[in-house]
Design a protein around this ligand. Structure first.
Ligand code: PMP
Length: 398
């Protein structure tokens, strides 16, 4: 082993993570994204995908991808403003704007980049302020940290506290932005959007909602939490969602007014200076957006599975969190226990990943169960059965 001190330092940090049960590693899947998969050579029933509607492996989506690859090739070859913007990108942006009831939409290659790009484009002065929910996704936290603005993190969903912080900053003439997840990615609960919209209006602040886990799933037509709450572009002027979750593909978009999108095209560095996503991904996303609209049964079936899981788990005494979405975490506490319980489920052929710090706060490690319309009632029964057999009988759990 090399004695290079730089590498020794890295190894020490890796060892420390192992000893604190915080070391992470990838697994290798040899089958498509779907509940029953082959991972690391094992047949597993998985409950940890964000493919909430079961579209990642849908034949129409695959077909659209293949057709577009035949027409447009694979790589987009350049950033959107250079010559990487092709017809499927344009069609998808128009379709996303129409679907979300916004004037315009702009595609980003990932959600992480969309969040960094928007916040850095809108807030560039030292007097500007970003107000971010404490449980926001890492990409929103980083967006605030990397901007020149002051970052104020408010207690989870505490609009009273946020209101006081907004008042304290008033009168400085700076740009203010309230930043929140729609559905919180590790807890599954939702942001109080109406109250946030009211505060934003009152204090003349922007409101940006990252609806990565609500888009496609919530609302009558699947347009997300903003639709479910009966809000419009006036209430939530900056709507962001990823496309790699319910839509089953990859990438992200920002939807909003003409002026907002035009401004982002001129200034959002993570959009300007990066290669456009492959056109075939945009074409596949158009196909899945179509399915979101024409197959509402997917949302209904998912809701039924959520009810089934919550009822069954509650009867078993499993500690669920107050979530009515497809994200149904089981709170465990210590990272070691969460890992052990995850291993026990895996011995029974079920994969639920343990989520540990720093993804969640210290001492709140959990098993993040996610449900999908691709699951059957029998799949959920199997999960409940495994929970009652191995999980609840585990001494380490109690
Ligand atoms: N926002 C939220 C709430 C997310 O959960 C994620 C993905 N885990 C992202 C943003 C980042 O999106 P992407 O994976 O497209 O970079």
């Amino acid at each position: 082993m090399t004695t290079d001190p730089k590498l020794t330092k890295l190894r020490t940090e890796l060892d420390s993570r192992r000893s604190r049960h915080l070391y992470r590693s990838t697994r290798v899947a040899d089958s498509p994204q779907q509940p029953h998969r082959h991972i690391d050579g094992k047949a597993l029933l998985t409950f940890c995908s964000n493919d909430y509607l079961g579209l990642a492996n849908h034949p129409d989506v695959i077909h659209a991808f293949q057709q577009a690859a035949n027409t447009y090739g694979v790589g987009s070859g350049a950033a959107h403003l250079v010559n990487g913007h092709s017809r499927p990108h344009q069609q998808l942006e128009e379709a996303l704007a129409a679907f979300t009831g916004r004037e315009r939409a702009l595609l980003f290659s990932t959600g992480y980049m969309a969040n960094l790009g928007v916040v850095n484009a809108l807030l560039n002065g030292r007097n500007d302020v970003v107000y971010a929910d404490r449980l926001n996704h890492a990409s929103l936290v980083d967006a605030g940290l990397l901007s020149a603005a002051k970052l104020i993190r408010y207690p989870h969903n505490d609009t009273h506290h946020l209101g006081k912080r907004l008042l304290a900053q008033e009168g400085e003439g700076a740009t203010q932005l309230i930043l929140t997840d729609g559905v919180f990615s590790m807890d599954g609960d939702v942001a109080p959007l109406s109250r946030l919209a009211k505060l934003a209006r009152h204090h003349d602040a922007w409101l940006m909602v990252d609806d990565a886990h609500g888009f496609g799933v919530l609302g009558k037509t699947g347009a997300g939490l903003v639709e479910a709450e009966g809000l419009t572009q006036d209430d939530v002027p900056i709507l962001m969602s990823t496309l790699g979750k319910a839509l089953g593909t990859a990438g992200a978009f920002i939807a909003g007014s003409h002026d907002l999108i035009d401004y982002l095209i001129q200034t959002a560095r993570t959009w300007i200076y990066t290669t456009a996503q492959p056109p075939a991904v945009a074409a596949a996303t158009l196909a899945s957006l179509q399915l979101v609209q024409t197959e509402p049964w997917r949302r209904e079936h998912l809701q039924a599975l959520i009810q089934q899981f919550r009822q069954g788990a509650t009867q078993l005494g499993v500690p669920l969190m107050p979530s009515s979405t497809a994200i149904q975490p089981i709170m465990v506490g210590s990272s070691a226990k969460a890992l052990e319980l995850s291993r026990k489920l895996e011995e029974r052929g079920i994969l639920v990943t343990a989520i540990r710090p720093p993804t969640v706060p210290v001492d709140t490690a959990r098993l993040r169960v996610t449900l999908s319309a691709a699951h059957t009632r029998e799949d959920v029964e199997r999960l409940l059965d495994a929970l009652s057999n191995s999980f609840l009988k585990s001494k380490s759990y109690r």
